[in-house]
Design a protein around this ligand. Structure first.
Ligand code: SF4
Length: 586
């Protein structure tokens, strides 16, 4: 039935693998070979796709696969103690399956619940606000082999936590109003309003949306596509989660308007795997839009305006947030970024002209359709028009969403969320910029501090070295391995940070950290590698004492500890006298 539902389309491979794993718990080599035959693609392609994504398993990982979100904000909320507590209760080792094959417990990257962490995933279902008591309850349910569908509903509650609403979050959505307003303006008229609005992409890069749409519209191709990038994987970001949970109509209507302007007939919502819990309600919303004539054929009675939307789920790969990696994933492959040019607007999904826009960007299109570009352009600053939604987390009294007109000062956000004792803010996630107290007068805007939305706050009790170390582990884990500067550079960065944490770092390592940044930035193929050293470089510069107090008082300590590496040999030979150690007389 899974293959039938997906019409045995190879481009649906990621979805097929996900659904097969739901039933079989893992995807064995035999299953991969069987799928290759049925889909008429190579065994190597199925294996390479399976092995690329963190949420696909080639071996049994247990009927219950528990993953602890491990963003720095989860750590600040105590996830490590809860992790240890669960391992103890279940008598498990980290990442190992229990002897009876029932359960495994491990860490994963940020799951997008930083306002209500610590969070975990159980078979990709989100559970927030973990406590020791909740760990005990989950252990009892697992040991009792209670199906996930019968676990208490309150475990799975995900709150919106909207604390400041403006143009987007504060306006009720009237279904169909934006699409009909766009149709009334006509294709050229709507594009004209988009140009007037100067709306820029909210995914981080800040590219002008109308320019993208115009390029796609004018590109040669048989079919055009609209892709909504909801692979919200940047640590500390969760605004798209809320938009999809409570404002899905805006997102989908934004996609329909984009399709109307560029002449696209098919849309995809690429939803990060961690947001699986949203899938049923989003599918139901799309069904409602079809019934209301807002999707399907001749939308709004316009001949030729035919458009529909499919939802694709990701499977735990941060790099798929990069638009060409996302397109590869949509085509059923490993999500490795493509060489650009050509850009997706001329050669995207299946080689056809494709617009890829962020969830928040598309939501804002609905307001421009209704109120016009001039109205939108008057909000914010000259180069950064409109509003920006910030995902605020960390050391503050009220974590959650805050929507501001562009130009708001960092200090204002800190005051609004109750973060009087902040010493640093990490803006735009692990790949962004770390601001210290003396920079809190700066503004959120493309011309000053640009952001995709993440706003992580660190109070005076925090150790900024550990913050940067957490990010260095994140990038080493998420590097797709395609290009050498990133593959090797992110691992070196992580190893050096660990060496300093162990008290074995010296001034030599401090210089190496900055030197690595000079290799990663210009030499990496995509944004992941190019930004992987940002947090380390920023904290070395702004919080240097946090590094220096860990340094060993020598000029150089080798990265490889030969004596420690010989410990296993000493154990095997039963010899651990002084002469069996390096530097001692034999
Ligand atoms: Fe992959 Fe890193 Fe290279 Fe990007 S920079 S393609 S994530 S190895």
């Amino acid at each position: 039935p899974i293959l039938l539902r997906h019409r045995a389309r190879p481009d649906r491979l990621v979805q097929i693998l996900r659904e097969v794993q739901e039933v079989a718990d893992f995807i064995s080599d035999e299953t991969a070979a069987w799928l290759a035959e049925r889909l008429r693609i190579s065994y190597a392609q199925v294996k390479s796709t399976r092995d690329f994504y963190a949420f696909f398993y080639r071996e049994n990982r247990g009927r219950y696969r528990i993953l602890f979100s491990d963003n720095i904000t989860d750590r600040m909320a105590g996830n490590q103690a809860l992790f240890e507590h669960m391992l103890k209760r279940l008598r498990l080792e980290p990442g190992k399956v229990s002897d009876d094959g029932l359960v495994s417990v491990d860490y994963t990257s940020c799951t997008g619940m930083c306002d209500q962490g610590p969070a975990i995933l159980v078979n990709n279902r989100t559970i927030t606000r973990m406590t020791p008591r909740r760990v005990d309850e989950i252990c009892d349910l697992v040991r009792g082999k209670v199906p996930l569908s019968q676990w208490p509903a309150e475990f799975f509650v995900v709150e919106d936590n909207i604390h400041r609403a403006d143009m987007l979050l504060g306006t009720p959505h009237e279904p169909g109003k934006a699409v009909h307003a766009a149709i009334a303006r006509g294709r050229d008229g709507m594009l004209g309003e988009m140009k007037l609005s100067n709306l820029r992409g909210r995914g981080g890069a800040g590219f002008t949306t109308a320019v993208k749409w115009d390029a796609c519209r004018n590109a040669n191709g048989d079919t055009r596509y609209i892709v909504c990038n909801a692979d919200e994987g940047e640590p500390g970001t969760f605004k798209d989660r809320v938009l999809l949970q409570s404002y899905a109509g805006r997102v989908f209507e934004g996609m329909a308007i984009a399709a109307y302007v560029v002449g696209a007939s098919q849309g995809f919502l690429y939803l990060r795997g961690e947001y699986l819990y949203l899938l049923p309600q989003l599918e139901a919303y799309l069904a409602g839009m079809r019934s209301a004539g807002l999707l399907g054929r001749s939308i709004g009675g316009v001949a030729g305006f035919d458009f529909d939307i499919e939802i694709h789920l990701g499977a735990g790969a941060y790099v798929c947030g990069e638009e060409t990696a996302l397109i590869e994933s949509l085509e059923g492959k490993a999500g490795r970024p493509r060489v650009r040019p050509p850009f997706p607007v001329t050669s995207g999904y299946m080689g056809q002209p494709t617009v890829v826009n962020n969830v928040e960007t598309l939501s804002k299109v609905t307001e421009i359709a209704i109120h016009g570009g001039a109205w939108y352009e008057a909000i914010g600053t000259k180069q950064s028009t409109g509003t920006k939604i910030l995902s605020v987390s960390g050391d503050c009294e009220r974590p959650g969403l805050y929507e501001y007109a562009f130009g708001v000062r960092i200090a204002q956000v800190l005051e609004d969320c109750g973060a009087q004792e902040a010493i640093a803010v990490q803006i735009s996630g692990a790949s962004g910029v770390c601001l210290s107290e003396r920079e809190f007068g700066r503004r959120i805007a493309f011309e000053d501090v640009p952001t995709a939305g993440s706003f992580m706050i660190f109070g005076k009790q925090r150790d900024m070295f550990e913050v940067a170390r957490n990010f260095s582990h994140f990038f080493a884990h998420e590097s797709c391995g395609f290009c050498t500067p990133c593959r090797v550079g992110t691992s070196l960065l992580k190893n050096i940070m660990d060496k300093i944490a162990d008290g074995r770092g010296t001034q030599y390592e401090m210089n190496e950290l900055l030197r690595l940044q000079q290799v990663l930035k210009p030499g990496s193929h995509c944004g992941l590698g190019q930004t992987a050293g940002n947090a380390v470089a920023d904290t070395v510069q702004k919080f240097r004492p946090a590094y220096e107090r860990r340094l060993a008082e020598t000029d150089f300590v080798p990265a490889f500890d030969l004596d420690a590496a010989l410990a296993r040999a000493r154990e095997l030979t039963g010899r651990d006298d002084a002469a069996a150690h390096l530097g001692e007389e034999a």
